[in-house]
Design a protein around this ligand. Structure first.
Ligand SMILES: *Cc1c(COP(=O)(O)O)cnc(C)c1O
Length: 387
């Protein structure tokens, strides 16, 4: 389990947190070797979460584009409607194994909070979620879902009262209650060992893609595309494909064109945030800049440290696309395939479609469709219908 990815990663945290991180790393090392743990996880992935998710040949979309054949990895069909449950389920089981009966989590748009609340209820673990006051106001249905699932939602009133402040509060809680509590971090970010653990639990996406693409066309994809917020669905897609010939492409949120969006890899620089060294959107003094995206799940000023390394190494290409392009991709997918996607993976779809046009008809692109769009319908509708 790497502590560093090149210069990135590490654990930039107060000393009081180090024992907890060490205990977590040791617990995870022993769990991943334990066939009983792996069997229990696989069983729940199947019976409770609905895995494996299909690899769907999007033939009407491909025909409309006229280029490479596009396949969609259907993480929108996971229980709860997004890939986030893969990680929440794995860490929930790990928490139980470590004897921690209380889960805490941070959430921005509320998707990770809901996934954690679902897992907490199913495993019988008390669940408390930190959420910025501003986000609670913007995402009322998810606050309601968490409460219905039996979780407590703590409003965060510090700073910008959004995701980054919620992470700070969750870290603070963990330092105080580390004996009884597991911090269920929601993306491939934070201090070591979180980025590695989250990558392991999300790699089920890429492992299934390898198996399913072999079954569909007897080879790996020519190109795999995923959207990058904190980077968990992307690293889960990419990691099992790193050793293959598949080209890998991560797509960040470019926002509305007035600022940097939330494109930390393409428009940021290295620095330290939330316990990790990585690419950040920051000013000259290292203060975090405000981010904006129509897709709430991409709205984060940092990114997982493994992505920072994969960018520098050149193994993965990263780019950004705008709110407007993502909206266009939403309507394209809705009308050619009968799928209402979340706005986050619409960023991946928008760029993949461009690439497909320049590729041969016998080439294959896999796009990870990280979630379904029910949560975004109001935002999409407010931008009007396409002509
Ligand atoms: C949260 C979220 C994302 C972004 O998170 P990553 O950790 O970058 O995967 C992407 N898609 C959906 C549907 C989400 O809910």
């Amino acid at each position: 389990m790497p502590r560093r990815y090149g210069p990135y990663g590490g654990a930039y945290v107060p000393e009081t947190l180090i024992p907890a991180l060490q205990e977590l790393e040791a617990g995870w090392r022993s769990a991943r070797k334990d066939s009983g743990f792996r069997r229990e996880l696989a069983q729940l992935q199947q019976d409770w979460a609905g895995r494996p998710t299909p690899l769907y040949p999007a033939s009407r979309l491909s025909a409309e584009i006229g280029g490479a054949q596009i396949f969609l990895k259907r993480e929108d069909l996971v229980h709860g409607g997004a890939h986030k449950l893969n990680n929440a389920l794995g860490q929930g089981l790990l928490s139980k194994r470590l004897g921690k009966k209380r889960l805490i989590a941070e959430t921005g748009a509320g998707q990770h909070g809901v996934a954690t609340a679902m897992v907490g209820a199913m495993l019988g673990l008390r669940t408390e979620v930190y959420m910025g006051e501003v986000d609670m106001e913007r995402q009322k249905p998810n606050v309601e879902r968490m409460r219905l699932l039996g979780a407590t939602v703590h409003p965060v009133t510090q700073g910008t009262r959004t995701l980054k402040d919620a992470i700070n509060e969750a870290l603070r809680d963990w330092i105080t209650n580390v004996e009884t509590t597991h911090y269920l971090l929601g993306s491939a970010v934070g201090p070591h060992p979180f980025p590695s653990i989250v990558c392991d639990f999300q790699s089920v996406i890429g492992e299934e893609i390898r198996r399913q693409s072999r079954r569909h066309w007897g080879d790996v994809p020519d190109l795999a595309v995923a959207c990058v917020g904190g980077g968990s669905n992307a690293i889960g897609t990419f990691h099992p494909l790193l050793s293959t010939r598949t080209k890998l492409l991560g797509v960040e949120a470019g926002g509305d064109g007035t600022g940097e969006g939330a494109a930390s890899l393409t428009r940021g620089s290295p620095g330290v945030l939330h316990g990790m060294m990585t690419y950040l959107l920051q000013d000259d003094e290292g203060q975090i800049l405000p981010t904006e995206s129509l897709a709430p799940g991409l709205d984060y000023a940092g990114v997982g440290p493994e992505h920072a390394f994969l960018k520098d190494s050149g193994r993965v290409e990263y780019t950004a696309t705008s709110d407007a392009e993502a909206l266009r991709a939403f309507h394209l997918l809705a009308r050619t395939e009968g799928i209402l996607p979340a706005l986050e993976p619409c960023h991946a779809v928008a760029v993949a479609v461009e690439r497909a046009r320049a590729m041969r008809r016998d080439e294959k692109i896999v796009i990870t469709l990280s979630g379904r769009g029910d949560k975004d319908l109001e935002v999409v509708a407010s931008h009007g219908h396409p002509a």
